[in-house]
Design a protein around this ligand. Structure first.
Ligand SMILES: *Cc1c(COP(=O)(O)O)cnc(C)c1O
Length: 333
């Protein structure tokens, strides 16, 4: 089943699937990680897959300038900048800082935004509440210069970006055959919902009976259930099939786990950082402090608390975020 849109090619696929041997022994389950952190365009993680579709649509519409937004350390914003440079497109970011000023010391993702020469508009937390309006204004000013701008929403978690993980799901089905493993559960981080929505949709369209589980790192689960339902409605226009039953099912059967956001979005607690170090030491794999560290900690806690009873083989999607590690070393709570 292919969506009716041509993606651009940005990533290195298939991304490897590895088994965490020592953790698996400890938990009595087989824990696998899909290394989507290796996806490509400067280790852009899950954003590479989404941008292949968002930018595919942009190019098919003749766009020359991409506008998107996020927090100052946004992986998505930086991934968009590097992808635009690969494709020869101009890029304008709307980024949120505490006071709306440009950071004096550039670090992490934001440093890369500069190296790639992105145009950046900084907004304070208050101003950022109207980011959609700000992006529309920027879009209009490009239009009046005779440019052809294309807007990508937060995290590229809209109908088109989500197709990247519908495609990623199909990649997993192929890898299952090659590796001779059947995953009972696929677990991912939820930051804005697109990754989860794409995996869930793949599972539905392919009539698989896997558990697709999202672990939120910011808002509670009800917020994301609604968000994901809305994304799925948008995604339906890219398929030539009837989505009625799929959308109906999404109203009652989205498995989204809350409670692991700790101090909130992009705030890293000592327990979370200790967990990231424990896994790094045990398995030689680094999870990031904003997304995957929290979600993977959630997965391990759920298993230790007796969850995942019906799952022997569990696949966690490593959605990337390494550059976050180079700026959150200072964050504390
Ligand atoms: C953006 C991001 C996520 C969240 O994915 P969504 O599709 O927005 O839910 C997870 N992990 C990392 C590392 C990210 O950068």
């Amino acid at each position: 089943m292919k969506p009716n849109i041509m993606p651009v090619s940005l990533g290195n696929y298939p991304t490897p699937i590895i088994k965490l041997e020592r953790l698996s022994k400890e938990l009595g389950k087989s824990i696998y990680v899909k290394r989507d952190d290796y996806s490509g365009i400067e280790l852009s993680g899950n954003k590479t897959r989404k941008l292949e579709y968002s930018l595919g649509e942009a190019i098919s519409k003749g766009a020359d300038t991409i506008i998107t937004c996020g927090a100052v350390q946004s992986n998505h914003a930086r991934a968009t900048v590097s992808a635009c440079r690969v494709l020869g497109l101009d890029v304008h970011l709307v980024l949120r800082t505490k006071d709306g000023k440009e950071p004096e010391e550039k670090e992490g993702n934001n440093l890369l935004d500069y190296i790639f020469g992105a145009k950046i508009t900084y907004l304070s937390e208050e101003e950022f509440k109207n980011y959609n309006e700000v992006m529309e204004n920027i879009k209009n000013s490009y239009l009046s210069e005779g440019k052809n701008p294309y807007l990508i929403p937060v995290g590229a978690s809209n109908g088109v970006g989500t197709l990247g993980y519908f495609n990623g799901y199909e990649e997993i089905l192929n890898q299952e055959k090659n590796l001779n493993i059947s995953f009972d559960s696929i677990v991912c981080t939820i930051g804005s919902g697109g990754t989860f929505a794409g995996l869930w949709l793949g599972n539905e369209i392919h009539n698989e009976l896997k558990n697709i589980i999202g672990i939120s790192i910011s808002e509670g689960s009800d917020y994301f259930k609604e968000k994901v339902q809305n994304i799925l409605k948008e995604t339906s226009i890219y398929f030539d099939i009837d989505f009625k039953d799929i959308l109906k099912k999404s109203e009652s059967s989205l498995d989204i786990v809350g409670g692991y956001q700790g101090g909130g979005y992009a705030i890293s607690t000592k327990e979370e950082r200790d967990f990231i170090e424990e896994i790094a030491l045990k398995e030689g794999i680094i999870f990031d402090p904003v997304y995957t560290g929290k979600a993977f900690r959630g997965l391990v806690s759920e298993i230790k608390n007796g969850g995942f009873q019906d799952s022997e083989n569990i696949l966690f999607i490593h959605t990337g975020g390494i550059f976050g590690s180079f700026s959150y070393h200072k964050s504390d709570s």
